[in-house]
Design a protein around this ligand. Structure first.
Ligand SMILES: C[S@@+](CC[C@H](N)C(=O)[O-])C[C@H]1O[C@@H](n2cnc3c(N)ncnc32)[C@H](O)[C@@H]1O
Length: 174
């Protein structure tokens, strides 16, 4: 029997300069374990690998996993960065210190609930475009290199100011 697939978002690429801003916002560095949910061509995981982190990217589409592996090899980060064809909803995110995503509104909230249940206190979560709704996040809006407005949301699991149980009035800023 074929199991139903959960399509969390169509493919849309995050521009390279926005990816760089995401890794800076999450303060990714050596020692981090980064999960890239719906990795597409692997650009977020690869950017994390370039900063010395270990990263795992998952995508439900085999095509993107092939592309991501080839891009990681070209970037020279294959030793630290791996990709798996998986449903992000079936992952165990407990090892993550950083989670990246660019999904859509409903699936971002679905994944936020998964993170809330699985991730350790201090895990930094950065979402391109879509917020977490049920958890307070700090947000920043800016223009990307092509002049298009972009918003990033940061949530730190367990942080009273930016996290579960937070006062949204304290957590929100631009
Ligand atoms: C908006 S794209 C983001 C791609 C990349 N992270 C970026 O920002 O450039 C969303 C990706 O999620 C993948 N996806 C959709 N549903 C998924 C699921 N259940 N598990 C894993 N990946 C999924 C899609 O195939 C697509 O590549």
């Amino acid at each position: 029997m074929t199991m139903p697939r959960h399509i969390l978002a169509p493919y849309m690429a995050t521009p390279a300069d926005v990816v760089e801003r995401m890794v800076r916002l999450a303060e990714v560095g050596e020692g981090d374990v980064v999960y890239d949910l719906g990795c597409g061509d692997g650009r977020m995981a690869i950017a994390a690998g370039r900063r010395g982190a270990h990263a795992v990217g998952v995508d439900i589409e085999p095509y993107w996993i092939e592309q991501a592996r080839s891009n990681a090899a070209a970037a020279g980060v294959s030793a630290r960065v791996s990709f798996e064809q998986r449903d992000a909803l079936e992952l165990d995110l407990a090892p993550a210190t950083v989670v990246f995503m660019y999904l859509v509104q409903w699936s971002t909230q679905r994944v936020a609930a998964q993170i809330l249940g699985q991730c350790a206190v201090g895990t930094r979560v950065v979402s391109h475009s879509f917020g977490f709704d049920t958890v307070a996040a700090r947000s920043e809006t800016f223009e990307d290199a092509s002049g298009q407005p972009r918003t990033l949301h940061l949530w730190v699991a367990g942080d009273n100011a930016v996290g579960p149980g937070a006062d949204p009035a304290r957590g929100a800023s631009t």
